[in-house]
Design a protein around this ligand. Sequence first.
Ligand code: FAD
Length: 753
Amino acid sequence: MSLAVDADQQALAESVAAFARKTAPLAQTREHLSDYTAGTMPAEAWTALCEQGLHALHLPATYGGDDCGLATLTVAVEQLSTTLFPGPYLPTVTASALAMAAADAQALLADFGAGMTGAVATGPDLRATRDGDGWVVSGTSDPAIGLPGAERVVVRAAIDGDPEASVWFWLDSVDVVASGTTDPVEVPAVQLTTAEAVDLTRSLGRAAFEAYRVDPARVLGGIDPAVAQLWTTTLAAAEATGICRWCLDTTVDYVRVRHQFGRPIGSFQAVQHKTAFMLVRAEVTSAVTWDAARAESQPAEQRLLAAASAALTALPAAIDQAVDCVSLLGGIGFTWEHDAHLYWRRAIALAATVGGEDAAARELGERCLRAERDFAFVTAETLPALRATVGAVLDEVRTLPDDEIATAGWAPARGAARRARLAAAGLVAPHYPPPYGLGAGPADQAVIAEEFARRDLTQPELGIGGWVLPTLIEHGDDEQRARFVTDTLLGKIIWCQLFSEPGAGSDLAGLSTGARKVDGGWMITGQKVWNSQAVEADWAVCLARTDATVPKHAGLTYFLIPMDADGVDVRPLRQATGIWEFNEVFLDEVFVPDTQVVANPGDGWRIAVTTLSNERLAMGSATFGHGSSTLVRRLLESGDHAGTRDDAVRVLGRNTALELSVAALNLRNAVIRMNGSAVGAGAGDSVRKVWHAIAQRDASRALVSVLGPRAAVGAPEQPYTFDFLGLPAILFGGGTIEIQLDIIARRVLSLPR
Ligand SMILES: Cc1cc2nc3c(=O)[nH]c(=O)nc-3n(C[C@H](O)[C@H](O)[C@H](O)COP(=O)(O)OP(=O)(O)OC[C@H]3O[C@@H](n4cnc5c(N)ncnc54)[C@H](O)[C@@H]3O)c2cc1C
């Protein structure tokens, strides 16, 4: 999916993509590469772009713009990047956005509104010193995209003696004189050197200032550094998403048709998984870019957090995506004639000009020591009627005795007066359909969660019941729903899931536990394994084979088994963490009446898929646990980290970026659903599951590095390593990473078998 999240943005994306394909097909761009890198591009493409108003989408109407805001502008930037639109679009819209952020840039905005091209020159070497009422600037800028050929240049120079403060001003093309030419005006010239550009579709250059006296009329006052950072980074991240998207599409097209060993290479699992992961990466890049654009209307510290997160996640991702694309294209992808290297080059140049990964990690690490990213997507005014109704119930709940009985492990607390009131009001699982829940969509759920939090109340957990109940609501009969749903919501029934077997894990449909038809029911015999909560559970959902003569998926049946039935033997298993959380369960001639079969014999696989997708959904949306920024921050605050403070801050930055990308993926998914889209027809759950598992894995691993020698010490002195050892629950739950990548490759990307 593109960055567009609603119908208007989608329409803009489609029209910009069509315009770019028609106006600047890549074959045509290739004929003019030397002009683009020199900044002397043919004028037609730029003129056509301005005629479409794309240069001014974000500018105020006074300057011919649409005042569209950052999010909509990113949609256009992404589409132009997907087709590798040549020339200075990115530096121009970045420069004009900075002009918008200034208090007094009318003349400059008029120039940009009229279609002048722009660039932004910055860098640590550019220094401004006070000279009377004005400023004198010396030093050389970092390489700046689009500088050669730019008609207007926005410059930022750090104020000598105050590294946090900057002076912003602008130059016109008369001020900027190419190296070796004579200065045509009286003011000291700014010398421009054109650099050899890695990105062959636009120019790159440095501006050297020697005691340059800034014209006071061209000082851009009042630019908020947070606004500048947000627009600059987010627009670059939008280009990164376009690159990710092109690389994915190109790879998918190629692996479908390229044959080796007598088969399309897209039918090999190694190729499928790499391609499927490219889709995950593209989605993550979109999500963090979308989240950064969302920060436009938020306070300064939020803008800085979101910008640093996008810089750390989206820009390196585009490079990785391009490298994966080239790898999967094989030798052809490494040729000059193939377009892949042009995208790869742009990805490298983008990441380099926005700043290195380490710097972004440090920036985010320092920022998140002071503030947390806000993912609230409803306001106090959202859904006032729901707020009032829920608030009234919760006020009443607070007056009831808090008599919940805690049970072992992570089993939910059992029935209590408070819970009964919540269940009656549909507030235990508000997303369930009435009468069990409120049929709450994402916004309703967010409002309800806020009302719970406001009163310091916790929403009840259902454990495995959380994915059993949606299954019974969808596939069970009236009697089963009446018997199980409400009692589970009340905490009177704890569930376990008897699916996995010693010989059937990922290949669940290959299970061998058998069910034999007897009068009035079934006799079940077999062995299940890795069954969480089986010791505490009252009931189990169980898959067993009822017909061995049909293909394996067709011969399964979904049973409901009381855990105290004759013939059920639960034996706890000790996990790598040292504690007993899962079990093996032996079933020896366990009688299950026909009334405890869900749907019909043979429907088991279809129904189990509902259970597993709800489990996957829960895993993909779970709160970040191991290696979370909270844990790393605690180590930094106590000074108990290994290595230097800077090492630990960068780990904090990287772990926070992983955490924020997971949250952004979830929030964007919720917003798209609210806007009425199906979110990739189920792909969203697998994408989120894969990314959450990988993010958890990498963050946990990084946490161990910050602990240093203390990682070898166990709980209770040091609980973090224990947390890390629990990681497989996230990696395997709802299907392993490999199985999810299989699902994405086959069902979403339709790669050949
Ligand atoms: C903490 C925890 C709690 C659990 N709770 C429950 C529970 O309550 N109920 C229950 O029924 N089960 C439960 N499980 C089991 C879980 O569902 C399985 O572990 C999971 O499905 C994988 O099966 P397996 O362990 O047999 O591994 P296998 O399927 O043997 O897989 C081993 C490795 O091979 C890979 N692999 C397998 N097939 C393929 C393939 N076709 N292509 C590529 N790679 C492949 C896997 O990705 C994995 O990396 C739990 C597991 C854990 C860790």
